[in-house]
Design a protein around this ligand. Structure first.
Ligand SMILES: NC(=O)c1ccc[n+]([C@@H]2O[C@H](COP(=O)([O-])OP(=O)(O)OC[C@H]3O[C@@H](n4cnc5c(N)ncnc54)[C@H](OP(=O)(O)O)[C@@H]3O)[C@@H](O)[C@H]2O)c1
Length: 240
């Protein structure tokens, strides 16, 4: 892949951070965001020539101005990856948790995706990527707002893909659905097939290079997703 200009929303930790390190190590210019400035600086110090930072909360009213600022620092934009997300599994249904998930995973996500799609439309090239989740496939009892917000992301990206095709625009759309990846978001004691974060980041980068419309991390989660979609509710409700 020839060096490009990449923005990763939510790259202070987890998969976003690992992708930023890998992309910068390959010679790309990478703009990274998150709320924890010290973690963004740690990444920047590893690759002072290639990493540019903007520290902000996506649930505040700064997304567009910060995206424009980062695009200016990079001097262009080829790929935008939305990795910022939040999930609070729990037995209780707390509104403050639901609100945080909806504000981050739905409202901020859509605002950023909308900006990037229109930016790529104007320049007639670009690649938009989101890290959704296998949880998008069905409603989850442990986090209804999380699974609903990830369904929103997956459906929104399918819609954008159709839109780019109909507009005959040179825009690629990739929706990643991980199962479990070893980051701070993978909580609970019923985890299985947990993928190390570096392996996940490499698989996502590979899917982007191959311009896949949809990819599961790891690949075997495709089977789980398919089983979730066809399972009758009477059976499904006993497992999630
Ligand atoms: N790990 C898994 O098992 C798993 C499975 C399926 C899907 N996913 C999805 O993968 C994505 C990445 O998560 P991860 O697993 O890599 O966990 P992570 O380490 O918690 O990464 C989440 C990133 O999002 C940023 N973020 C969260 N809320 C934000 C806000 N309000 N404003 C700005 N940035 C915000 C965080 O930065 P700050 O905290 O510094 O703001 C962090 O950089 C998420 O969308 C998650 O839903 C994860």
């Amino acid at each position: 892949m020839k060096p490009g200009k990449i923005i990763i929303i939510g790259a202070s930790s987890g998969m976003g951070r690992k992708m930023a390190e890998l992309y910068a190590g390959m010679g790309n210019k990478v703009g990274i965001t998150g709320r924890r400035d010290f973690m963004l600086r740690e990444v920047q110090q590893q690759f002072p020539e290639n990493i540019f930072t903007e520290c902000f909360d996506v649930t505040q009213n700064e997304n567009i101005s910060r995206l424009e600022s980062l695009e200016n620092k990079l001097g262009g934009l080829d790929i935008l990856i939305i990795s910022a997300g939040t999930g609070e599994p729990g037995k209780e249904l707390k509104w403050e948790w639901d609100k945080q998930m909806i504000d981050t995973n739905v409202y901020a996500f859509a605002e950023i995706a909308n900006w990037a799609f229109n930016f790529f439309t104007r320049q007639d090239h670009g690649h938009l990527v989101t890290i959704s989740s296998v949880a998008a496939e069905r409603g989850m009892g442990w986090a209804p707002a999380y699974s609903a917000s990830k369904s929103f992301q997956t459906r929104y990206f399918e819609g954008l893909s159709v839109k780019a095709y109909r507009m005959k625009k040179n825009i690629d759309i990739t929706c990643i659905e991980p199962g479990f990846v070893k980051t701070r978001m993978a909580m609970g004691n019923k985890l299985f097939w947990v993928v190390p974060v570096e392996k996940a980041a490499k698989q996502i980068i590979h899917a982007i290079e191959k311009k896949k419309r949809k990819a599961y991390i790891s690949k075997r989660w495709r089977m789980v997703a398919a089983a979730m979609r066809i399972a009758p509710y009477s059976l499904y409700k006993k497992f999630v």
